[in-house]
Design a protein around this ligand. Structure first.
Ligand code: RIB
Ligand code: CA
Length: 315
């Protein structure tokens, strides 16, 4: 008897890599039931992330997907965006038509709270792909939902790979470190996809051509998004391609055997401006702080891209 698809909420700031993650999730209905997509301010402002989320759902041929707009700025700090990486629309690369599917009326935080209260305990997994503002705000406003969350699988943080927006911090955590501190301190089982693993999920010419050679609109879009997205990282790191960060979260839910990690304690720096937003991972167990996260450090990149290409080819 095949298992029921896993119920998930994707919290996201599209962003080309978020867009690929959303396509992967919507292409995998046997494994994943997307209860809703909640947009948050991050790569670009909220007005664009909620619009981009709807563009991607329509590209996937799933206009019935419920998309909600959430928080338009971090809990405490001013919003920092990343147009330098993602372009002014957040989905630069190909020309994209405006979405026609509706944005849901409810606020994303209310949707997260109501869904966790309605669904069976430990049946819903949260998949944050951007700053953790929506998730932490929901936890703060309705602490009763915390024990009801099955798991949080998020993209964020860095340890051996160090930061990508400051020398110490990765973008998603840096934008809203107070939110990250709430989530990492919540006691909810966490799986963290830091730069340590996403920087091993690099695009290459062959991998991008495999998307283009699907001969489908989603395949063409993914190829054009990654063509655009990779220029920044290749220039910065001198690498062969760009890291596809956010699809690692969805791929983990589909096939966790692609990844390897270690249960460690991870704390968030929220005091020092020098290291603000750093994920301090006790990888070698030198403190007595309890492990609160499965911190992923490696993946099988060939199998990861094979899964991505095969699934996006289904759309
Ligand atoms: O640091 C990478 C993360 O920041 C990714 O989620 C990317 O989409 C941006 O949000
Ligand atoms: Ca993102």
């Amino acid at each position: 008897m095949t298992a029921q698809p896993r119920k998930i909420i994707i919290d996201t700031d599209p962003g080309q890599d978020d867009a690929v993650a959303i396509l992967l999730a919507l292409a995998s209905p046997d494994e994943l039931e997307v209860l809703g997509i909640t947009a948050v301010a991050g790569n670009v402002p909220l007005a664009l992330t909620q619009k981009n989320a709807r563009i991607v759902c329509e590209l996937a041929g799933k206009p019935q997907t419920r998309v909600f707009a959430g928080c338009d700025k971090p809990m405490v700090r001013p919003l920092v965006t990343a147009e330098n990486v993602h372009g002014k629309t957040g989905l630069d690369g190909p020309q994209m038509a405006d979405p026609t599917m509706p944005l849901q009326e409810a606020h994303a935080v209310d949707f997260i709270i109501d869904t966790l209260r309605r669904e069976a305990p430990h049946s819903v997994t949260l998949c944050p792909l951007g700053p953790l503002t929506n998730i932490a705000t929901a936890m703060q406003r309705a602490p009763d939902i915390i024990p009801r969350i099955r798991q949080i699988v998020l993209m964020g943080g860095a340890y051996f790979e160090v930061g990508n927006v400051t020398p110490a911090a990765e973008f998603n955590i840096y934008v809203d470190p107070q939110a990250a501190q709430i989530v990492f301190g919540s006691g909810v089982p966490l799986v963290v996809m830091p730069l340590d693993v996403t920087h091993k999920a690099l695009t290459t010419r062959a991998r991008i051509e495999a998307f283009r050679n699907l001969g489908t609109e989603p395949g063409r879009m993914v190829a054009e998004w990654t063509d655009f997205f990779e220029r920044f990282d290749m220039q910065k790191y001198g690498s062969e391609g760009a890291p596809l960060h956010d699809p690692c979260v969805i791929a983990y839910l589909i096939d966790p055997s692609l990844f390897e990690g270690r249960h460690v304690n991870v704390e968030i720096e929220t005091q020092s401006e020098l290291t603000m937003g750093m994920t301090v991972a006790d990888w070698w167990g030198v403190t007595k702080r309890p492990a609160n996260a499965l911190f992923i450090g490696d993946l099988d990149a060939d199998r990861f891209y094979a899964l991505l290409t095969e699934r996006i080819g289904r759309l």
